[in-house]
Design a protein around this ligand. Structure first.
Ligand code: ADP
Length: 419
């Protein structure tokens, strides 16, 4: 093996390691392109050498060396191509596939078998992919091309295509082929979408009470402050809207702390009955205002394994909802039972309220999801209560479920594992 080839192969090995270890998509893409570039450079060199070598130089020693080189190289090349999560596709100047890896096969649907020798147009009709390869053949490097698949799982790829010139890889002159790297960015795109939805929800939720506060303050400034009766009527409305904003910000901070893993959950064996009693007492005035009776049916000796503060928080959110979405004269029952296999404890909060239509149940624990937005707001809800309960249950290694029947009521069950 020549010193230069050894260096190139070592560089490739380092780049493969980088591509497999580093999570950054940009670094992985660059490493992938570097490996394929080195690999192609070696192929081109080996090809040239085999054509240019004079008979005098063609000694058995150099033959052995070049065989060892190409063996080492082909093994490395094969391992790189098949080990990469990024799809790699190399086309010649006629847009025929001359090299591809298993990730690219998957991308272009495995059932088509070997991609080699197929024209790019036979593989895909996606104009974004075709256009990027066409530009690369004209010597123009393209990156950041968004490609979406339309199968059952919609995947999103970031495509980068570089020209391969006659005098090496990534040359801008007289491209003889093009190399495309497809990086799967589906998860990143989904996270970005969730982030944007969250931001727009938060802005929307904050704007409504803020608009009301501004409107009442302007009315007061416009002279209503002299009218004692009007001023006395407006102030509680301003306070109600300001405290709604306050609750919302509290819930957002709480939820992001839980999601970021900054909320420590120290589970220990707890007596459930007194905790339920405390929560019910703290909600007495709400229950009385709604003419709802809340009963603690938990056995006095029932114990669960949880973080006391977080368990209280979950129960408060669930019992508060059961009161809020109840009817006059309705009831809320808090119950306990161990699971059949004895591995989990179940805490149930059941109400005789309005119930939840089946089509909403699946999304009920998402942030800001409400069955009736206006009604939730009118009752001072932030739309984050159930999302917080769900995350807290998950932090305990448990889960939350709901069953509901419209007109009859709902039953929320928190399941917590035993140690
Ligand atoms: P909110 O602040 O609106 O109460 P939650 O996340 O606690 O937000 O609840 C989300 C939505 O789920 C509520 O707006 C309501 O539509 C529905 N919901 C929650 N609990 C109940 C319940 N016990 N009965 C009927 N609907 C409920």
């Amino acid at each position: 093996m020549t010193k230069r080839n050894a260096l190139l192969i070592s560089a490739s090995a380092v780049a493969v390691a980088v591509a497999l270890i580093v999570p950054s998509l940009a670094v992985r893409t660059i490493a992938a392109v570097a490996v394929v570039a080195i690999a192609l450079a070696l192929v081109i060199r080996a090809y040239r050498n085999s054509h240019l070598a004079s008979p005098a130089e063609d000694t058995s020693n150099s033959q052995d060396n070049s065989q060892a080189d190409s063996f080492a190289f082909s093994k490395l090349f094969e391992a790189t191509m098949s080990g990469m999560r990024e799809g790699l596709l190399v086309v010649d100047k006629d847009m025929r596939v001359v090299a591809s890896n298993p990730a690219a096969h998957k991308l272009f649907n495995l059932s088509r078998g070997n991609l080699t020798e197929q024209r790019l147009t036979e593989l895909t009709r996606n104009p974004a992919i075709y256009g990027a390869f066409l530009d690369a053949l004209k010597g123009i490097e393209r990156s950041g091309v968004k490609v979406q698949t339309h199968g059952q799982d919609r995947l999103i790829f970031d495509l980068r295509v570089v020209p391969i010139g006659g005098d090496g890889v990534a040359s801008r002159n007289a491209a003889k082929g093009a190399l495309g790297v497809f990086v799967d960015v589906t998860r990143l795109e989904r996270l970005e979408q969730v982030r944007q939805e969250f931001l727009s929800n938060v802005s929307h939720e904050l704007r409504t009470p803020l608009t009301a506060i501004l409107a009442f303050v302007e009315t007061l400034e416009g002279g209503a402050i002299e009218d004692q009766e009007a001023a006395r009527r407006f102030l509680p409305i301003i306070r109600k809207n300001a405290s709604r904003m306050h609750d919302l910000i509290d819930d957002i901070l709480e939820l992001s702390a839980i999601e970021a893993g900054n909320v420590p959950v120290t589970a220990q064996s707890l007596a459930l009955h007194p905790i339920v009693n405390d929560v019910v007492s703290s909600l007495t005035s709400k229950a009385e205002a709604g003419e709802v009776t809340v009963t603690n049916y938990v056995a006095e000796d029932a114990r669960v394994y949880a973080d006391a503060r977080r368990l209280e928080q979950m129960l408060t959110n669930l019992i508060d909802n059961a009161i809020k979405f109840n009817r006059k004269g309705g009831t809320v029952s808090v119950k306990y039972e161990p699971s059949r296999d004895g591995r989990r404890d179940r805490i149930m909060v059941e109400d005789t309220g309005e119930g939840i239509p089946a089509q909403h149940l699946e999304r009920l624990f998402e942030r800001f999801y409400r069955v009736d937005r206006a009604r939730s707001r009118e009752k001072g809800g932030t739309g984050l209560g159930l999302a917080i309960v769900k995350h807290l249950a998950l932090l305990h290694g448990g889960e939350i479920n709901v069953k509901s029947e419209v007109g009859k009521g709902s039953a929320f069950t928190v399941e917590l594992p035993r140690p």
